[in-house]
Design a protein around this ligand. Structure first.
Ligand code: KIV
Length: 289
């Protein structure tokens, strides 16, 4: 529904999705994809920013383990614990419920919370679902496929994550583009296997634009969400601190500062939603490999 709307954080421009939308669910995301509407995702880690993102019309809020960097000041996501993820997921869920209550919440399973066994993954996913997540995310292909199947069979929606997987940054040798040359075939194979295992969403991070567009067409039952992966994906995600221009470090090249020209965080998030939906973000010439 499109109309001007007043939120506790300010008034949204007329062309924004209004605050009266229905709660996002997997069937609603499927409907959006069928009508060619892009899915928007942003990270949030606390109640206030989550409520603003919800009011701005962001469909999916990812409680990302990037909180290790932006909230805890760590140098990577490797040191983030399950208990920390539970705390932030609970905070986000309370914020979303408090005002509008429509965003789909994804809890990130941190490093070390799902690698040991499928039972460990089920325990960790249960902690995040009971904290208020609607879906959990885990990184990697190959061995994770059976873990995804195990969780999905037990009623837990799963978002997979391929390409640059920050939890394995040390094994990958740094934050660099993945899926070029020979490794493209491995990524294709892993993505299809994750869909077959029941993953209903797949984050593609720092993957060549042509490959992520190709995967988006091939994965008819799994929504691709790109970050530094060009504009051919079913949706986009950004780390909130990056798109608000308040990242303590250097912003990756594919990020746009949506605060520029906006008067509030609500307006910046709303501008992000509009830019993803009208296809003006990301710009494939500036933000792809
Ligand atoms: O933790 C996170 O914020 C993420 C996004 C970069 C996709 O995994």
């Amino acid at each position: 529904m499109i109309a001007p709307s007043v939120t506790p954080y300010g008034t949204l421009p007329p062309a924004s999705p209004v605050a009266t939308r229905k709660p996002i669910s997997l069937p609603r995301l499927n409907e959006m994809r069928e009508r060619g509407e892009k899915i928007t995702m942003l990270t949030a880690y606390d109640a206030t920013f989550a409520a603003v993102a919800d009011a701005a019309g962001v469909e999916c809020i990812l409680v990302g383990d990037s909180l290790g960097m932006v909230c805890q000041g760590l140098s990577s996501t490797v040191g983030v614990s399950l208990d920390t993820m539970r705390y932030h997921t609970e905070s986000v869920a309370r914020g979303v419920r408090r005002v509008q209550g429509t965003s789909w919440i994804i809890g990130d399973l941190p490093f070390g919370s799902y690698q040991a066994s499928r039972e460990q993954a089920l325990h960790s996913a249960t902690v995040l679902m009971q904290a208020g997540a609607h879906m959990v995310k885990l990184e990697g292909g190959g061995w994770t496929t059976e873990t995804v199947r195990f969780l999905v069979e037990r009623g837990i929606p799963v978002c997979a994550h391929l390409g640059l997987t920050p939890q394995t940054v040390h094994a990958l040798g740094g934050y660099r583009v993945q899926g070029r040359g020979d490794t493209a075939e491995k990524l294709r194979h892993e993505a299809l296997a994750l869909q077959d295992a029941g993953a209903s969403m797949l984050v593609l991070e720092m993957v060549p634009a042509a490959l992520s567009a190709e995967l988006t067409l091939a994965l008819t039952r799994c929504h691709t969400i790109g970050i530094g992966a060009g504009h051919g994906t079913a949706g986009q995600v950004l780390v909130m601190h990056d798109m608000l221009g308040i990242n303590l470090g250097k912003n990756p090249k594919f990020v746009r500062n949506f605060m520029v020209g906006q008067g509030s965080v609500l307006e910046a998030m709303s501008a992000y939603v509009r830019a993803v939906k009208d296809g003006s973000f990301p710009d494939n010439t500036l933000h792809a490999w």
